[in-house]
Design a binder for this molecule. Structure first.
Ligand SMILES: [Zn+2]
Length: 144
């Protein structure tokens, strides 16, 4: 079961419990009336929203962002999403922030890992190392 499914079930359970409690409270002769019941229902929903839905949305947005950013930079997006989810499960928001900061620190530039830079000998046209002082093929010396 994915995290989002789990969270949805938790949110739904919270919501149903709030509704059930409100019904029980109004059916029995509790000291509070309809207005208070409505207030507690609203409070329950607000708590659901703040505690579950908002972090869930933030986590999903973070997953989407890290996936797209990783793929754009030639990395396995799904691995980073898994890392993000694991960190979020074990460390909550701190884990989320740690993974994002680590990713920002180590991510390669857009377009994937830096490709072997292309430098060609002006004399023979063959690919030569960037720091070559002379062409390894035709022995032409470069001066700068
Ligand atoms: Zn050459």
């Amino acid at each position: 079961m994915t995290k989002s499914k789990k969270m949805t079930i938790i949110a739904l359970t919270c919501f149903l419990m709030t509704v059930a409690l409100s019904i029980v409270a109004s059916a029995q002769d509790y000291p509070w009336g309809a207005e208070e019941t409505a207030f507690f229902m609203g409070l329950g929903l607000t708590v659901c929203l703040i505690l579950i839905i908002v972090p869930l949305v933030i986590a999903i947005l973070a997953c989407i962002w890290i996936y797209k950013d990783a793929e754009k930079r030639g990395k396995q997006g799904i691995l980073w999403v898994l890392l993000l989810i694991l960190a979020a499960i074990f460390l909550s928001f701190i884990g989320l922030i740690i993974v994002i900061v680590v990713w920002l620190a180590i991510r390669p530039p857009v377009g994937g890992e830096k490709k072997e830079q292309d430098r060609r000998c002006p004399n023979c046209g063959r690919s030569i190392p960037m720091d070559a002082k002379a062409c390894p093929y035709c022995a032409k010396k470069f001066e700068e």
